[in-house]
Design a protein around this ligand. Structure first.
Ligand code: ADP
Ligand code: ZN
Length: 608
């Protein structure tokens, strides 16, 4: 079989996606590769196809046990002999797996990094014909990355120890220059082909909301996608607990995940989500690396994350099946302050000297600023993301909350000036709330006692809502026209830049919360809902039998395509996206019969 036949027969894909073919060709020709592809772009195909083209074995190093299990399950379902070796196996199981591996029974073997250099594994690997070593989540070798794992440093030792050096392919979704250099040098890549595929994920709809009540906003989002799976990221364990409890109280099947739970509960909750027993996962950022669930329809950030890198990685877990999906941040100014606090109080890294620590903090602050801009900009969000990652992008994408009709951006230069002059008149001694109260003309006891109701700015913006003024203040902070002092009672102060705004040399825009943001995600052709539901039920039965998550049998995208194409013969079934030979053999009849039965209930040959 050639690469296209393998792609179709095993994985059911009609064509390679951007970057995939180039990488397949490169690795198959024996040249190393370093591939930067965003989550969901389809990295696995890039090493799985070469693995099947090669005569020998392919090893895949992967950091997460849950990911391995899923991937291997998927491969087996697709007819590829595969296995994994990690700490979830008993010593006896490991021995058996290695014996079989030595017999050449597996084409692809997933292995945890810390297992690579164990005696047992080396005994198998040293003499074996290993053609390809794929390193997934390769940024874990770098101390610059967010997920440094010392065990990844063993990969190079392992390669050294082999009788014959395999071709090495490194894969990651994080792309900074320092990390890329680290990957190449620490893994000892030889003249690697560097492939970076586009960061755009066309099926994702991006939006930012500035809700007065985050829980209400969240409820709306969840209820807009009934029965669909979603992830809600919160910044703290406490928020996770609170949000999860609230959702459950509303009758929404939600589960939770954070580092404070026992291993067992985490494992259990993760499985509930993977197997669609619970549709919403509320989690801290501890949840997700390696979560290969393809049918996530929305990712909500209940709190703004600390930087765009984290955001895009987490949001990217939506819509991996290519279906339309939504990524929403529920922004509030408090998120900025929380993140600032976390940067300032981060555990010092013992490996870095004072100057380096300061540099890291500075870099983190800068990243936070860019993240905050994303939440307050009136420009196209997709364009902002792509440009952040160094790509060019048109000014208007039509599929984000800023491009969408109805989201408003307004010129707030004048109001911004009023806020600044009010803060100045109040001698830069008060917090945001006080400044806003004075501008709105409040006569509360404290304001009267301090005589602030006699200021010329008192009541200057009496007609504006508190919410709007908060948006103006946030924009001022984000653009550096104002600042907040540290400490328990942050005080709104002017900055060097304030003058340019006050003198009208600069302009300020705010993005006003698009509240009635009712518009749906990008249009998709609606499948026949009834048939779709029946196919889902069938899939659930088959998945239960195979003890695999439903999407390992078929993704929603495949079921939808069946509803579109309505195949009647095995040959037609093979045309369905995601259907390869093995899945045709395994499931073709069941689904063909179900479709037939749906249209002609009396004809279907039930008795067999
Ligand atoms: P990554 O590891 O880059 O996050 P995956 O390898 O898990 O992404 O692939 C993401 C999704 O894209 C999977 O559901 C996979 O079936 C699908 N996919 C990958 N390659 C193709 C392709 N060439 N055509 C259609 N779908 C694909
Ligand atoms: Zn846009």
């Amino acid at each position: 079989m050639d690469k296209r036949e393998i792609l179709k027969n095993y994985f059911g894909h009609a064509a390679f996606r951007e970057g995939q073919e180039q990488i397949v060709d490169c690795l198959s020709a024996g040249r190393d590769a370093l591939c930067v592809m965003p989550t969901g772009a389809g990295k696995s195909i890039c090493y799985q196809v070469p693995a099947l083209l090669a005569g020998g074995i392919a090893l895949v190093v992967s950091p997460l046990i849950s990911l391995m299990k899923d991937q291997v399950e998927s491969l087996i379902q697709s007819g590829v002999p595969a296995a994994y070796i990690n700490s979830s196996l008993t010593p006896a199981q490991t021995r058996l797996a290695l014996e079989r591996a030595a017999d050449g029974r597996y084409k692809i073997i997933y292995v945890a990094p810390e297992r690579l250099t164990t005696d047992a594994f080396l005994r198998f690997a040293r003499p074996a014909v290993i053609d390809l070593l794929a390193v997934d989540e390769a940024h874990c070798v770098s101390q610059w990355g967010q997920d440094f794992r010392p065990s990844y440093l063993k990969i190079a030792d392992f390669i050294e120890a082999l009788d014959r050096r395999p071709t090495v392919g490194a894969f990651t979704a994080t792309a900074t220059k320092a990390v890329k250099e680290d990957i190449a040098s620490i893994l000892g890549l030889r003249d690697p082909l560097l492939v970076t595929t586009g960061f755009d994920r066309k099926n994702l709809y991006f939006s930012v909301e500035h809700p007065g009540n985050k829980l209400a906003a969240l409820r709306r989002i969840v209820e807009e996608s009934p029965g669909k799976c979603g992830i809600v990221y919160c910044s703290t364990r406490k928020n996770v607990e609170q949000v999860c409890e609230t959702l459950c109280g509303w009758g929404i099947p939600a589960s939770r995940y954070h580092a404070g739970l026992s291993d067992r509960e985490r494992q259990q909750n993760q499985e509930d989500f993977l197997y669609d027993r619970k549709t919403v996962m509320v989690a801290t950022n501890a949840f997700g690396m390696g979560i290969d669930k393809s049918n996530v329809s929305y990712v909500v950030h209940y709190n703004m994350p600390k930087d765009m890198e984290s955001y895009y990685q987490e949001a990217g877990r939506a819509g991996r099946d290519g279906e339309p999906a939504r990524c929403t941040i529920l922004y509030s100014g408090q998120d900025v302050r929380t993140n600032t606090f976390l940067i300032d109080h981060a555990e010092p890294n013992p490996d870095l000297d004072e100057a380096a620590q300061a540099a890291v903090r500075e870099r983190d602050r800068e990243r936070l600023k860019r993240m905050t801009f994303y939440c307050t900009t009136g420009d196209c969000l997709r364009a902002y993301i792509l440009r952040y990652f160094g790509e060019t992008a048109p000014d208007f994408c039509g599929a984000c909350s800023n491009c969408e009709e109805g989201a408003q951006t307004a010129d707030a230069t004048l109001d911004g000036q009023k806020v600044l002059s009010c803060a100045a008149r109040m001698n830069q001694r008060f917090g945001i709330k006080m400044v806003i109260d004075v501008l709105r003309g409040s006569k509360n006891e404290r304001i009267q006692r301090l005589g602030l109701d006699r200021l010329s700015t008192h009541g200057l913006l009496a007609d504006s809502s508190e919410r709007y003024l908060r948006a103006v203040v946030n924009a001022l902070l984000a653009e550096g026209y104002a600042a907040l002092t540290d400490g328990d009672y942050p005080v709104l102060t002017l900055t060097e830049k304030s003058r340019s705004l006050l003198q009208g040399e600069a302009a300020l825009t705010v993005r006003l919360p698009a509240q009635q943001n009712k518009k749906a995600a990008p249009t998709q052709i609606e499948p026949d809902e009834q048939l779709f539901a029946r196919l889902k039920t069938l899939r659930a039965e088959l998945a239960a039998k195979a003890r695999a998550p439903a999407y390992v049998v078929f993704t929603d995208a495949s079921l939808r395509d069946m509803c579109q194409k309505l195949p009647r013969t095995p040959a037609e079934f093979l045309e369905v996206s995601g259907v390869g030979r093995t899945k045709l053999e395994r499931y073709g009849n069941a689904f063909l019969r179900e479709i037939e039965d749906y249209f002609y209930p009396q004809n279907s040959p039930h008795a067999e």
